[in-house]
Design a protein around this ligand. Structure first.
Ligand code: PMP
Length: 386
C-alpha cells in the first residue's frame, strides 16, 4: 500500500456510522437526510433507466445536463457559463475534487487549505504531491482574515481549496471574504477549487455567493457542485465542475482516467431537477431550517449551547459553553453509550484542533430528532462529569 494510505485509517463518518449500526444509536453523525428528496426526480431517473440509453454518455456529461447546469447557475447565482466549454459532469463532488486536485497540483506546489477540512482534501493534496499550508478557523465565526491569508500564501502557492458553505462548521464565506481571498489569489497568480456542494442549503435568507460571481476569481476557479446535496440524494454521486475553458480542458485530462462518465439516467434526472422552479428550493431550505430549529430548541432547553448554523445539514454543540470540559472525541464516545452518534469536529483538523465542538446532523424527521433530544437531555449531566 502507498504509505500515505497506510497511515490514514478509515474516515470518521464511516467509523461513527458503523458504531451507530452496531449499537443501535440514533445516527446524527454522518450527513444524510431521511426525507426531503423530490419524488419526481426519482421518477425521472426510473423512466430514463427504462427508456433512455444505458450506454456510455459523453465524457464531459450529457448535453442535457450540462445545459441544465448552466441555466441553473444563470437563474440562481447570476453566473454565465458556456455549457460546452465550461462544464464537466463527474461521479459526485468527490470525483470532482480528485479530478481537479490531480489536474492542477504538481509535486512541490503549495496548497492553501482551511481547517476544519472536509476529509477528502488533505489526502488528495498529499497524494498529488502538494504541500499543504493550513489556515485555522475557530468558533464561533469560523472566518479567515487578512493576516491569516498573508501567513499562508507565498511564492510557491499554486492553489486554494475553499469549502463554502463550510462543512462541518455550518458557516458562510460572504462576498467581502471572497473578495479578500481574490486579492491574494490574483497577487500570487494562484487558482481556486471552490467546493460549493452546500450552495442551496443556506438559511435565514442569507443566500450563496459563488466564487464564479467574484470578478478576480471567475476565470481562476473550479466551482464544484453536487446533486446529492441539492436533492437530498446522497447516494447518487452526480457532481460537476464549472471552470473557464482552459481550466476545463485540464480537468478533462484527469477526469477521463478517474471515472470517465456518470450513469446517464441519473444525469437525465438531475437535469430535470435543476430546472425546478425557485419555490422548490425555497421550500427545501425552509424544511431543513425547521428541523435545525427543532433540534436547537430541544437541546437548548436541556442546557446545551449551540453555535449558529447558517447552512448545511449540521449544527454544532459548543461544549465548553454547555458546561462540558471533556474533549469532543471523549464526548462523542460517551454519547454512543447514551444512544446518539455524533461527529467530533476535531476530526476535521490536521493539526492544532479545536476540541470543544460536536457536529450533529439535523436532516432527520421530527420523531428521530425528538428521540435524539430525549437521549441527549438524559446524557447531559453525565457529560459534565466526564
Ligand atoms: N464536499 C463536501 C463539503 C461535502 O460535505 C460532501 C458530502 N458530504 C462532498 C464534498 C461529497 O459530495 P458527493 O457525495 O457528491 O461526492
Amino acid at each position: 500500500m502507498n504509505p500515505l494510505y497506510n497511515a490514514m485509517g478509515t474516515t470518521i463518518f464511516e467509523t461513527m456510522s458503523a458504531r451507530a449500526r452496531a449499537t443501535g444509536a440514533i445516527n446524527l453523525g454522518q450527513g444524510f437526510p431521511d426525507s426531503g428528496w423530490p419524488q419526481d426526480v426519482l421518477d425521472a431517473a426510473a423512466a430514463a433507466l427504462l427508456s433512455g440509453s444505458n450506454q456510455y454518455p459523453p465524457m464531459a456529461g450529457t448535453p442535457e445536463l450540462r445545459r441544465a447546469i448552466a441555466d441553473h447557475y444563470r437563474a440562481h447565482q447570476g453566473v454565465d457559463l458556456d455549457w460546452q466549454a465550461e462544464i464537466t459532469v463527474t461521479s459526485g463532488a468527490t470525483e470532482a475534487l480528485a479530478a481537479a486536485i490531480l489536474a492542477l497540483v504538481t509535486p512541490g506546489d503549495e496548497v492553501v487549505l482551511f481547517q476544519p477540512l472536509y476529509d477528502a482534501y488533505l489526502p488528495l493534496v498529499l497524494r498529488a504531491g502538494g504541500v499543504p499550508r493550513l489556515v485555522t478557523l475557530r468558533p464561533p465565526h469560523w472566518q479567515f482574515d487578512r493576516a491569516a491569508l498573508a501567513a499562508a500564501f507565498g511564492p510557491r502557492t499554486r492553489l486554494v481549496i475553499l469549502n463554502n458553505p463550510l462543512n462541518p462548521s455550518a458557516s458562510l464565506c460572504d462576498r467581502a471574504a471572497l473578495e479578500l481571498l481574490a486579492e491574494f489569489v490574483v497577487a500570487h497568480d494562484a487558482l481556486v477549487i471552490a467546493d460549493e456542494v452546500w450552495e442551496h442549503v443556506v438559511f435565514d435568507g442569507a443566500g450563496h455567493v459563488s466564487v464564479l460571481a467574484v470578478p478576480g476569481l471567475r476565470d481562476r476557479s473550479v466551482k464544484i457542485g453536487s446533486a446529492g446535496k441539492i436533492f437530498a440524494l446522497t447516494g447518487w454521486k452526480v457532481g460537476w465542475m464549472a471552470a473557464a475553458p482552459d481550466l476545463t480542458r485540464a480537468l478533462a485530462r484527469s477526469h477521463q482516467f478517474l471515472t470517465f462518465t456518470t450513469p446517464p439516467n441519473l444525469q437525465a434526472a438531475v437535469a430535470f431537477g435543476l430546472a425546478k422552479p425557485g419555490d422548490w428550493f425555497e421550500a427545501m431550505r425552509r424544511d431543513f431550517a425547521r428541523s435545525r430549529d427543532r433540534l436547537v430548541a430541544g437541546l437548548s432547553a436541556a442546557g446545551y449551547r449551540l453555535l449558529p448554523s447558517a447552512g448545511t445539514w449540521f449544527v454544532s454543540i459548543d461544549l465548553l459553553a454547555s458546561g462540558i470540559s471533556a474533549p469532543d472525541t471523549a464526548v462523542a464516545e460517551a454519547l454512543i453509550d447514551h444512544g446518539v452518534a455524533t461527529i467530533p469536529v476535531s476530526a476535521f483538523y490536521a493539526e492544532d484542533p479545536v476540541t470543544a465542538t460536536l457536529r450533529l446532523c439535523f436532516a432527520k424527521g421530527d420523531a428521530v430528532l425528538d428521540a435524539a433530544i430525549a437521549r441527549l437531555t438524559a446524557a447531559r449531566e453525565a457529560l459534565t462529569r466526564l
